[in-house]
Every structure is written in structure tokens, then in C-alpha cells.
Design a protein around this ligand. Structure first.
Ligand code: UDP
Ligand code: MG
Length: 308
């Protein structure tokens, strides 16, 4: 019999139209599970009546964390992680696109399989094409970057073990992508299919620019490929430049000043040499910057699941 407490963490940003319905559906589900639970709602600086509605429901099992301004979904979830205490933490969107009715199954899969992270794949996803296409690109990219083969990284209905959540909170990273960060601290990760619904009311809070920012965070915080690229590209250019410079000098010496357009080619040779070495220097510096970046992120070099 599993008795671990379950924490549900929900970021809320201008969701006044859906909150009542959210409580109506979520609370009975949690009650039916007949175990200890808490619901942590994070008001991410909403400018509508969301906070007011949340506070009306606040109580023993329902905690409301109020942020001072809008920090974005992932930051809000972090704030929720920090005030949660359950052994299993489930994240959920407020807009009811992820049905709360799937939570018991999510938790069951986690406990039966002894998993550390359980992700979800949205069966017949109900979003606009504008939302789906970037997601598809990101899913493919995230698979490559993290090396973890999950099919759907964007769906926030996910369950995490306490130790994974603690490791994430401890990193104190500013711009990050929670599903990817979590899998970097966990070994036993799996995915289940869940239903997906239309947004209950209101609009998606992600504009194109916010999506781009989020995905840029994902690439830069989980891969140093852009820096490595600079290094490889720089080295290649440097060798080509230096090689070409040498060829010009040799040709100048063997064919005379007339061939080399009276010194112009020599100037080119010198130029190529310096441009090449500059790129190389930039690449080496990039490598160091990459190392500094890894250090300041302060991700733990290893994470312990349990000591036997
Ligand atoms: N959200 C948030 N802060 C933001 C943007 C969104 O807390 O700055 C919350 C929002 O209230 C919702 C969840 O994050 O609970 C997902 O947002 P949305 O449904 O707009 O995203 P989409 O489903 O389009 O990915
Ligand atoms: Mg949504």
C-alpha cells in the first residue's frame, strides 16, 4: 500500500474563466484517491480575477502561492515545487487541456513501475496548427539534445518523485525547461498516453515570441552545441586561411612580384592568416565560456536516488 503524499502543482496566469471548473473536476478526483494530497496553485502575476478566485478556495489542502509579477509558466511551476511537500509531485495546466481524471493512472504507473519521472503523450492533440508545428520541431530537437527518447516534451501533465523535484529546485536556474531538466536527474523515465482536450476557456498564453524564447532557453541551457559549432567552424576557417596564406606566399616566391599583383596577394595572405587565427581564438574562448556557463548553472555533477 502506497501512502506517499501527492502534490499537484498548477501555474495560473489570467485563467479566471477556467478556475471554478478546474476545482470542480480536480478536487473529486483527488478525494477518490483516498490518500494524502495537496494542491499548490501559483498565481503568476495574473491581472484578472484569478487570484481572488484562488483565495476563495484556499484552505487545508489547497495552497495558493502569489508571485509579484508574471514570471512565466516554468518559473511559476518552480515556485510551486518549492512550496510542495509530497513524495510525488504532479504538474498540471490550469486550462483543463490535460484532464485531471488522468492523475490516478499517472500515479499508479509511477508507483507500480517504480519510475522517477512519468511523462505523457497527448493523444489526438487539440491545439492550433500554430501551436503544434513548433512543438513537433522542439520534440525532435529535445530528443537529440537530451538523448532521452520521449515523444512529447511539451505536455505538462507529468509526475516527478520528490528527489527529482528537489534537485531541480536546488539548481536555481533562471531560464529552463522543466521536463528536460527533470530527465537529466532521473534514470527511470517513462511515458503514458493521455487524452487531450480543447482549452476550456480563454486563449493560449503563448505568443510566437514567448514560444521562441522558451525554445531558445531549451537549446542554450541543455546543449553547448552553438558554442562547439563556433569552435569547429572557427578552426576550419583558421586552417583554410593559414593554408591559403602559405600557398600565396609560396606562389609569390616562385612566380615573382608580378604574379602576386605587386604585393596585393601578400596582403591577402597576411589578412587570411589573421582572420583565421582570430576565429580560432574565438573558438577557444567559446570553449572556456562554455565551461564557465556549465559551472555557474551549478547543476549537480551527479544525483543520488537512494543509498542502500
Ligand atoms: N501560464 C503561467 N504563466 C505564463 C503563461 C502561462 O503560469 O506566463 C500557465 C497558464 O495559466 C496555464 C499553463 O501555464 O495553466 C499553460 O499555458 P497555456 O495553456 O496558455 O499554454 P499552451 O497550452 O498553449 O501550451
Ligand atoms: Mg493550454
Amino acid at each position: 500500500m502506497n501512502t506517499e503524499k501527492i502534490s499537484i502543482v498548477i501555474p495560473v496566469y489570467n485563467e479566471e474563466q477556467v478556475l471554478e471548473r478546474l476545482f470542480e473536476r480536480l478536487v473529486p478526483v483527488m478525494e477518490q484517491m483516498e490518500r494524502d494530497y495537496e494542491i499548490v496553485l501559483v498565481d503568476d502575476g495574473s491581472s484578472d480575477r484569478s487570484l481572488e478566485i484562488l483565495l476563495r478556495h484556499a484552505g487545508d489542502r489547497i495552497r495558493v502561492v502569489e508571485l509579484t509579477r508574471n514570471y512565466g509558466q516554468h518559473a511559476a511551476v518552480f515556485a510551486g515545487f518549492e512550496s510542495s511537500s509530497g513524495g510525488i509531485v504532479v504538474t498540471l495546466d490550469a486550462d483543463l487541456q490535460n484532464p485531471p481524471e488522468e492523475i490516478p493512472r499517472l500515479v499508479r504507473v509511477m508507483e507500480e513501475g517504480n519510475f522517477e519521472v512519468v511523462g505523457t503523450v497527448r493523444r489526438s492533440r487539440k491545439d492550433s496548427l500554430f501551436r503544434k508545428i513548433p512543438s513537433r520541431i522542439v520534440n525532435a530537437m529535445t530528443k537529440r539534445i537530451t538523448g532521452v527518447h520521449l515523444n512529447d516534451w511539451g505536455c505538462m501533465l507529468r509526475a516527478y518523485r520528490r528527489h527529482v523535484v528537489d534537485y531541480m529546485v536546488d539548481t536555481r536556474e533562471h531560464s529552463t525547461f522543466i521536463p528536460a531538466l527533470a530527465t537529466s536527474f532521473a534514470k527511470d523515465v517513462t511515458e503514458i498516453d493521455v487524452a487531450h482536450e480543447e482549452r476550456f476557456a480563454g486563449d493560449s498564453k503563448y505568443s510566437l515570441t514567448r514560444l521562441i524564447t522558451l525554445h531558445f532557453d531549451l537549446i542554450t541551457s541543455f546543449s553547448d552545441f552553438p558554442l562547439k559549432f563556433l569552435f569547429y567552424f572557427g578552426s576550419l576557417l583558421a586552417f583554410l586561411g593559414i593554408g591559403f596564406g602559405i600557398v600565396l606566399v609560396v606562389a609569390r616566391l616562385s612566380f615573382g612580384a608580378a604574379w602576386a599583383a605587386e604585393g596585393v596577394f601578400t596582403l591577402f595572405a597576411i589578412l587570411f592568416f589573421f582572420v583565421g587565427s582570430q576565429f580560432l581564438a574565438l573558438g577557444i574562448m567559446g570553449e572556456y565560456v562554455g565551461r564557465i556557463y556549465r559551472e555557474v548553472k551549478k547543476r549537480p555533477p551527479y544525483t543520488i536516488r537512494r543509498i542502500h
